[in-house]
Design a protein. Structure first.
Length: 116
């Protein structure tokens, strides 16, 4: 599911334009700064905090701090998305890195039978 969402994020022309506009304008306009913070940091972290908390409740992920887990998950992916925007010719390599990170994250935090 993450890779499908990333594919949309990296290829939808409106999403790309919005991301680039916010990146550029955040340093000149307070409203753009607030939107960039919401879009790139807080909003994404809040969504994944809820997702991970529910996954923990359902026994899919190990019990942990869902907010820190969300930050640990979204920060590197967000950084790599911005990398794609700056150097689109490296997109295939960056997508492989994101996919490897997601697999590592799952391997690290998935709950296995003998976890308490």
């Amino acid at each position: 599911m993450t890779m499908q969402m990333l594919d949309f994020t990296l290829h939808d022309k409106r999403v790309i334009l919005t991301r680039r506009l916010l990146l550029k304008e955040q340093f000149r306009d307070e409203r753009a700064q607030q939107l960039a913070t919401l879009h790139f940091l807080n909003g994404t972290k809040e969504i994944y905090t809820k997702v991970f908390a529910e996954m923990m409740e359902n026994g899919i992920l190990k019990k942990d701090d869902p907010e820190m887990l969300a930050f640990s998950y979204t920060a590197p992916i967000t950084a790599l998305i911005h990398y794609c925007d700056r150097e689109p010719e490296k997109k295939p390599e960056i997508m492989r890195r994101i996919e490897a990170f997601v697999k590592h994250f799952i391997k690290t935090y998935e709950k296995v039978e003998n976890d308490e």
